[in-house]
Each structure stands twice: as structure tokens, then as C-alpha cells.
Design a protein around this ligand. Sequence first.
Ligand code: UD1
Length: 417
Amino acid sequence: MDKLLIQGGRPLQGEVTISGAKNAALPILCAALLTADAVELDNVPALRDIGTTLSLLERMGVRTQRPGDEQVTLQADHIHSQEAPYELVKTMRASILVLGPLLARFGRARVSLPGGCAIGQRPVDQHIKGLAAMGASIHIEHGFVVAEAPRLRGANILTDMVTVTGTENLLMAATLAEGRTVLENAACEPEVVDLANMLIAMGARIEGHGTDRIVIDGVGQLHGARHHIVPDRIEAGTFLCAVAATGGDITLRRAAPDTLGAVLDKLRDTGLDITTGPDWIRARMHRRPQATGFRTSEYPGFPTDMQAQLMALNTLAEGTAVITENIFENRFMHVQELCRMGADIEIDGHTAVVKGGEQLLGATVMATDLRASASLVIAGLAAQGQTTVERIYHLDRGYERMERKLQALGADIQRIQ
Ligand code: UD1
């Protein structure tokens, strides 16, 4: 299994290009199931989760091509299976995103239940409740969600909580339903907006995306489209936390600063000097960071996917930060590993109290989930001495060539097998 070896203590300098957003690309790939025409996507990141999704779609009969490094073409004109098997779903929970499109276009779907995952229970009851409200007969059978509906009907759906993939599944299903669907308490994340824009390019009638009330008027069929995936705000935020921890001066190219409001605000509070243009962000840090507490929440609040990285930065800050995780119940697994590097963190339920120290010391640490891995890399870059981050397959699920991008910024980081 691959590991990362990091010699800490070097400031980051230079430019890095941000990849397309994983969490936008995943639903958009699944949206190709909604039409028999070809769908052409650009700025698709080269990630393990993207490979898993393509394998899942190919298994159903979708023809896929990669005409360029960042391009994927999909055509779902000969679908022979409406099933998502356990062995693929268990490696990537987002596989549940095929449920809405399959049901809407083919009238049936059989998708393995994702089960628990490291960061919490993560049920899909809201996806099921919404599809049932649209007239699907839906039940759990041998660990699969089995759904049928000759044609979905528009409905008013109020989800019990804000759910990103839940909103995306129902949005995709509603595009081909009969009549009007109103999604209340919808997720406003930029990735949901990107999916809605792609669906509109395919002929869907959608209004209100980017707000908590999305209105969809179903159409008889969708057609092919071309789409450029939005930049990954979490990858961008991760590099910004890294430079804030190591010091230095970096510029992110092909980034989307307008999707990073809460993250940029918090990073400015730590002392990071940030300037932005339409598609770039420059960040300079020449001092010890200032402790900055935060609470995770739905967009436009501070994203849970940035919690671990900003916590790593706080371990080195002047002062004490109180961090509250409001989205997932078990998302502090990086804490123990950060403490092994000398961090002073206490957890009480959903809250972590981080007392900043002068330095971290390199150690062998183990990544337990995607963003936890990123926080350990940040800690390793800033720590004194050598850090080995084990089990980095989590990192490869969500970051494109992270060690190469960091090397280009002057970090001493190597992948070893
Ligand atoms: C998505 C993102 C993930 C991010 C998360 C929160 C993708 C592929 N993944 O995950 O990176 O961390 O949003 O921003 O886009 N819930 C239920 N029942 C449901 C659905 C959700 O109880 O049917 C709960 C979850 O357990 C969680 C909360 O709602 O506590 C939010 O989860 P949700 O927004 O659905 O996360 P994902 O869409 O899985």
C-alpha cells in the first residue's frame, strides 16, 4: 500500500492548478444515464472515485471514452442493467447517485445500500422518502434499495435535513417526472448548482438552484450536452491551509474564489494574506497563524470537508480554537493522529478544543478518511522532521496527484510503495 514520506519545515512557493470538483463530477457523470445521447464533460479530475463511477456506469452498459486527460464522453444508449452492485457501492457511497436517474429513465433501479462509513452512519432515508413521494414503489431487499415506477410524478418534497446527494438524486429524478417537483430545504452547494446547470444544458427545466427551494418542471426526455466541471473548492481550501501552516506565497490557478467565502474568511482570521481574481487566489503567510474557531454547516457556511484541514492549522496557532462539527457525528478521527504529532486537542462530543503549540513533530500516522488524510499531510508539511502518512488510498479518492502538486510548490514529499 502506498505511503507518503514528508520532510517538514519547508515553506510553499509557486503556482498550482486546481482540478475539477470531485463532488460535482460524480453526480454529473451519473446524469449521463438520463439520456441516450452523448454527454461530453471537461475538467473532470483524475481521481479514484471518478474511476469507480465510470466502472459502475460501464457495468450498466454506458459507453465511456477519455479523449483527453480531463475529458470524458459518456453515452447511455444501450443500458442492459439497472443495478449498482455492493462491491462498487461499498467503496464509494456516492454510487447511490445512480438511483434517481435510473428510476426516472428506465422505471426501475436496484442499488446496493451503502452501509456505514468511517465518518458516520450516513443513511439514505431522505433519498428514499423523496422518490416514494414521487410515486415510486420502493423497498429494501437483501441489502439493496429496489425501486420501481412506470413514470415518476412531480411532488412537493421537504427533506428533514439538508442533504447534498439527496438533493442531487431527487433533482435528477424530477427532470423526467410528470409535472412539477418542488424541493424544499434543498442543498445550496456549488456542486448542486453545477449539476443543475448541466441538466439545464440537457434540456431540463429547473429554477431556484443555489437556493433552498428548487422548482423542476419535468420534460419527456433529455438530450446530450457539453459541460465544464466547476473547480474543486475543497482542494483549493486544502492548499490554502497548507501554505498558512508552512508559511510562503502561493497562487492557485483555475480556482473559484466565489465558492470559498466562509473558508477565505476564516483563513484571513488566521493571518493569511489573501487576494483573489475571477479564477485565481494568491495567499501569503509570513507569521505564526492566529487560532480561529469555527462551526461546520451547510453551504454557504463553513464546509465539513474543510474541518480537518483547518484543525491541523490550528494545532500550530497562537491561542485556542473551539471547533464544532455539526454535519457528521464521527468526524474527528484525525485528532488522535494529530495528537501523536504533538498537538493538544480535547474532544467533548461534537466539539474539539485545540490549544495551539509552537511546533509539531514528525511521526508515522495513519489516514482514516479522505479529508483526515489531507489534514495529516498539512501537519506533516509543517512539522519538524519526517512524517509518514500511511493508507493514502483515501487521499487518492479525492485529490489529484497531491504529492506532485506539493512538490511543484517546493515541498519535500514523496510517494513510496
Ligand atoms: C456530500 C459530499 C461530502 C460532504 C457532505 C456534506 C458528495 C459526493 N459528498 O455527502 O463530501 O461531506 O455532502 O457537505 O457530494 N443524512 C440523513 N439521511 C439522508 C441523507 C443524509 O440522515 O438520507 C444526514 C447525513 O448522515 C449527514 C447529513 O445528513 O449527517 C448531511 O449529509 P449529506 O449532505 O447527505 O452528505 P452526502 O451527500 O453523503
